[in-house]
Design a protein around this ligand. Sequence first.
Ligand code: SF4
Ligand code: SF4
Length: 73
Amino acid sequence: MPKQKGRVTFKEEFCKGCGLCVSVCPVHILKLKEDALNKKGYNPIGVTEMEKCIACISCALMCPDSVITVEKI
Ligand code: SF4
Ligand code: SF4
């Protein structure tokens, strides 16, 4: 059976750059944007290879600020 695919979106302005979501992603596609700052002054979260997302939802569950939404596609 093919793995579930997912799409992640972020409310970047609420991200505090803590990196918790980065540490739990099993396919290692979450990365803080080192070249960007949000309005709070943090490097916000981003995704490198969206096509590898397996929609496990770990990142959304881990985020203390509900920044991440995961859709199954
Ligand atoms: S849903 Fe899972 S695979 Fe997709 S970005 Fe979040 S932690 Fe990674
Ligand atoms: S866990 Fe939430 S606040 Fe922390 S880096 Fe990830 S998206 Fe940003």
